[in-house]
Structure formats: structure tokens, C-alpha cells
Design a protein around this ligand. Structure first.
Ligand SMILES: Cc1cc2nc3c(=O)[nH]c(=O)nc-3n(C[C@H](O)[C@H](O)[C@H](O)COP(=O)(O)OP(=O)(O)OC[C@H]3O[C@@H](n4cnc5c(N)ncnc54)[C@H](O)[C@@H]3O)c2cc1C
Length: 472
């Protein structure tokens, strides 16, 4: 009898899991599952303690639901990816595995690890799947078979492909006719710093994740376009942590969206949310074709020459939500306390770090990774390179957000600001974005810092620094 092994990585779910479904297709085969924790590697990648807690919780849930299907989930810990390859080999040898199934990860180290595994497993048939994307990297290319560098033509080609052929979801596996048993299942515990996450904000099991996705697609996706920019409103899906860790698949998002909002592919209700899913794909495809993006390299070469500020105190003020710009500080508090930040705010704080403080975007990229529950290399890098104007199809370098007017536009009455900065609770709406002016006028002392930079001056300095780099 064949023994199939499913190696779980960032695909922690039962439903619509291509590797798992393929492993279960032969009803006679015994199926085992494996998860390998690699704490040293995660440290190098800067994974956040919140994401670690999220992964551990979902691994427990996955182990239970796989067990009900007659599939034991083995848990192993090794330091890093190099050791993971040998561990897979050991598990295969120890359990007489004939076939290995896994879903691709597109980051550089992950790809090297998988190549190593396939090389080492001489007697085992290995099969990988493009599971964490709606369409596989390489399947949406220009007429010259190049990866698109600009989002809109990529999106148009992507939508056209979907209109021709929509990728279905595969069902969760049925209970095995021959359940597998193992003696060495392994105690499931991640040996990595962890920080508790809110189960109200982030689904703690697969069923809740699916239910919330359904609810959002039904009730939220149609209004998304009007609501998505206002952080005080619950206007976005909050599925990012589930997508990053694979508790949900992007195909589930797409199919659920189209079930609830059937005009989304034709640009009608729901199309703007679909757009966001395609941004996620764009960055993943891009990273596959430009592996240097995994190595802190900018897309636009000349931006390497920008003379960044090395002012550690400024960086610390940004990290600790003490910049004196309320919308920036409220956003950084949201990040610190929940591990998540609203997309509009990610753009504002990223722009502020790079273009008001002139700090290297890679400092921001690293800090986000160390804090985010949804930290995802491709999306995070894409977002930072967009904000810093170092990426492909990024904001032009002379486009610099004014943090005060951004606050006024997207949190007019300061509801979001007051939620995260209680020190500003008493500041009237009119002054909520410039509380220092109100404090001076009223002769009040606020437990809140003065702005650490003058935006107008900072803007000029940043423009000069970018222009000097461009000409260098
Ligand atoms: C500087 C910066 C850093 C970012 N870092 C990350 C990150 O580490 N992980 C991450 O998942 N997203 C990141 N994003 C993208 C975006 O902010 C989040 O995906 C979004 O805020 C998550 O909330 P949501 O699930 O409610 O999103 P929704 O608005 O409901 O969108 C649905 C899904 O689409 C995808 N998506 C939405 N916007 C983007 C985008 N601009 N780029 C790529 N995918 C997108 C996400 O998977 C998201 O869950 C970053 C954006 C910026 C500007």
C-alpha cells in the first residue's frame, strides 16, 4: 500500500488545499501529514510573535481536524531550512513514504529548501502545487513572456484569464478508508516567542475563518469601495492573517466573492475587493521573477543611492508611536496592540517613515514584519517599496503624503485617533490632527509629544535627497 506524506507549511487548512487533496485522491493510500517548525530560520526572517501564536493555534486545530479524517499530523522542530530537508528525509524513511505532496512557497530560501528536499529524496515521488495563488506565477505574462511591471495591465490580463477559466476550490478530504497511526507524532509546541492575538479580530479556527469570509463577501464586499479608506470603520475583510498562513486560500476568497457578488469580474459590486486580491497576486508573481526582492534590494536601482538618515531616535519615536502626528501614532499603536494595521494607515506610516523622517524603507519593512500577524514577505515588501518609491509601479518619489491632511481626510473627526491615543480624548474635533496648536492656544499641557519634524521642511529635504540620488 502506498504511503503519502503531506508537508504543511503556509497552507494550514483542510479545505481547498491542493497538496492535501492530491495526497488523498488514492483512496487506498495511507496518508500522513507533517509540520516542521524552524525557529532559527523564522528569527532570521523576523517572524512576529503574534504570527507564531496564530500559527500554533491553527496547527492544533489542523491536527484535530486531520485526525478526524484518519490523517495524523506529525510535528517536528529543527533549527532551520537546511535541517528541515534532512528531517523530511528522515520522516520519509521512517514511515516508508512513497509520495511527498506539498504546496509551493515562492520566497528564495523556501525554494532552495524545496529543491534540496527533492534532491535528497531519491526514492520518493515529489509533487508541488501552486496553491497560495489564484493563478500560478508565470501564467499571466506580457506578449513577450515577461512578467508585468505595472499593475493595471497585469490585472486586466489576470481578469481575462479568470473570465475564460475560473479555478474551482477542491473539497476537504473524506475520512480515510485506511486511517494511519504513528507512534512518534511529536508534541505540538512552537519554541518561538509568542504574543496572544485577539480572537475577535482574527479567526482562531478554520470554520470561523470560512464563516467570516462568507459574511464579509455577503455584507462587506459590496460596500468595500466606499468604506475601505476609513480606519474607524470596520470596512475591510481582515482575512490577511488567514491568507498569509494559509488558513484560507485565495481561491476560496475569489469563489466566495463571486458567489455573493456575481458582477465582480465585470467591474461591478465587489470588483474593488477583487482588485486587492490581485495586488496580492501581483506581488507574489513579481517576487518569483525578481528574487532580489527577497533580499532587501529595491526594484529601482538608483534609489540605493539615497542618503538615508541614521537618526536612531527618530526611528524609535516612529516605532513607539511618539512622532507627534496623531494619525501616525494611532496607527502605530494599533499595530503594537493588535498586530494588524489598516491599509490606508500602512501607507501613511510608511510614507511618514521614509519621506518625513528620511529613514531607509528597509527599517520599516523589518519593523512591520516583527509586529504583523499577517506579515508576508511579498505583500510587505511590495507595500514598502510602493511607499518609498523604490518599487515597480510605485508612488512617484515626489509624491509625499502630508500626515496631517491624510488624517483630516480619512479620520475627519478623529474617532480612530481617540480610540488609540487616550491622551487626546479631550481635544476638540477641529484640533485633533494638530493637538499641539490647541494645547498652546488653551494653555493646556498634553501628555502627547510635539511633532518630531516639520512636514514642510522634511518634504523639501527628502525631495533633495531623492533628486541627488537620481542624478548620482
Ligand atoms: C507598507 C505596507 C505593508 C504591508 N504589509 C503587508 C503584509 O505584511 N501582509 C499582508 O498581507 N499585506 C500587507 N500589506 C497590504 C495590506 O495593507 C493588507 O493586506 C491589508 O491591510 C490587510 O487587511 P484586510 O485583510 O482587511 O484587507 P482587505 O482590504 O480586505 O483586502 C483583502 C486581501 O487582499 C490582499 N491585499 C489587500 N491589499 C493589498 C496590497 N496592497 N498588497 C498586497 N495584498 C493586498 C490581502 O491578502 C488582504 O487580506 C501592506 C501594505 C503596505 C502599504
Amino acid at each position: 500500500m502506498a504511503t503519502h506524506l503531506v508537508w504543511f507549511r503556509s497552507d494550514l487548512r483542510l479545505h481547498d488545499n491542493l497538496a492535501l487533496a492530491a495526497a488523498c485522491r488514492d483512496r487506498q493510500a495511507k496518508v500522513l501529514a507533517l509540520y516542521i517548525a524552524t525557529p532559527e530560520q523564522w528569527k532570521t526572517h523576523g517572524m512576529s510573535p503574534r504570527q507564531a501564536a496564530f500559527i500554533e493555534r491553527h496547527l492544533h486545530g489542523l491536527r484535530e481536524s486531520l485526525k478526524e479524517k484518519g490523517i495524523p499530523l506529525l510535528f517536528r522542530e529543527v533549527p532551520d531550512f537546511a535541517a528541515a530537508a534532512s528531517e523530511v528525509e528522515r520522516v520519509c524513511a521512517g514511515h516508508g513514504v512513497s509520495h511527498l505532496f506539498y504546496n509551493y512557497q515562492y520566497e528564495v530560501n523556501e525554494r532552495l529548501r524545496d529543491a534540496q528536499v527533492e534532491k535528497q529524496l531519491k526514492e520518493v515521488a515529489c509533487q508541488g502545487f501552486d496553491d497560495s495563488v489564484i493563478l500560478a506565477p508565470g501564467s499571466v505574462m506580457t506578449g513577450n513572456h515577461q512578467m508585468y511591471k505595472v499593475f493595471t495591465p497585469f490585472k486586466n490580463a489576470f481578469v481575462k484569464r479568470l473570465q475564460e477559466d475560473l479555478p474551482d476550490c477542491v473539497p476537504a478530504p473524506e475520512k480515510r478508508e485506511h486511517p494511519a497511526t504513528v507512534k512518534d507524532i511529536g508534541t505540538l509546541k512552537l519554541n518561538y516567542p509568542q504574543a496572544a492575538f485577539s480572537e475577535t479580530l482574527f479567526a482562531a479556527d478554520e470554520k470561523t475563518a470560512i464563516d467570516r469570509l462568507r459574511q464579509f463577501c455577503k455584507e462587506g464586499a459590496g460596500e468595500y469601495e466606499q468604506q475601505r479608506d476609513f480606519p474607524a470603520v470596520e470596512g475591510t475583510s481582515r482575512v490577511s492573517a488567514c491568507l498569509t498562513t494559509g488558513v484560507l486560500s485565495p481561491r476560496q476568497c475569489l469563489n466566495r466573492l463571486l458567489a455573493e457578488q456575481p458582477g465582480a469580474l465585470e467591474g461591478k459590486r465587489g470588483a474593488v475587493w477583487l482588485n486587492e486580491l490581485i495586488w496580492r497576486e501581483f506581488y507574489r508573481h513579481l517576487m518569483t521573477y525578481h528574487p532580489e526582492l527577497c533580499k532587501y534590494r529595491p526594484f529601482i536601482g538608483w534609489t540605493e543611492k539615497v542618503a538615508w538618515s541614521t537618526d536612531k531616535a527618530r526611528l524609535k519615536a516612529w516605532q513607539e508611536a511618539k512622532t507627534g502626528y496623531p494619525i501616525v501614532d494611532a496607527a502605530m499603536r494599533q499595530l503594537a496592540e493588535t498586530g494588524w494595521m489598516h491599509n490606508r494607515l500602512r501607507m501613511i506610516v510608511a510614507s511618514f517613515l521614509v519621506k518625513d523622517l528620511l529613514i531607509d524603507w528597509r527599517e520599516g519593512e523589518r519593523w512591520f514584519m516583527s509586529q504583523l500577524i499577517d506579515g508576508d514577505l511579498a505583500a510587505n515588501n511590495g507595500g514598502w517599496q510602493w511607499a518609498a518609491s523604490t518599487g515597480t509601479d510605485a508612488a512617484p518619489y515626489f509624491r509625499i503624503f502630508n500626515p496631517t491632511t491624510q488624517g483630516e481626510r480619512f479620520d475627519k473627526k478623529g474617532e480612530f485617533i481617540r480610540q488609540w491615543l487616550p491622551a487626546l480624548a479631550e481635544v476638540p474635533d477641529k484640533w485633533i490632527h494638530t493637538p499641539w496648536q490647541w494645547a498652546t492656544k488653551e494653555g493646556v499641557t498634553l501628555d502627547y509629544p510635539q511633532p518630531i519634524v516639520d512636514h514642510a521642511r522634511a518634504r523639501k529635504e527628502t525631495l533633495a535627497a531623492y533628486e541627488a540620488a537620481r542624478k548620482a
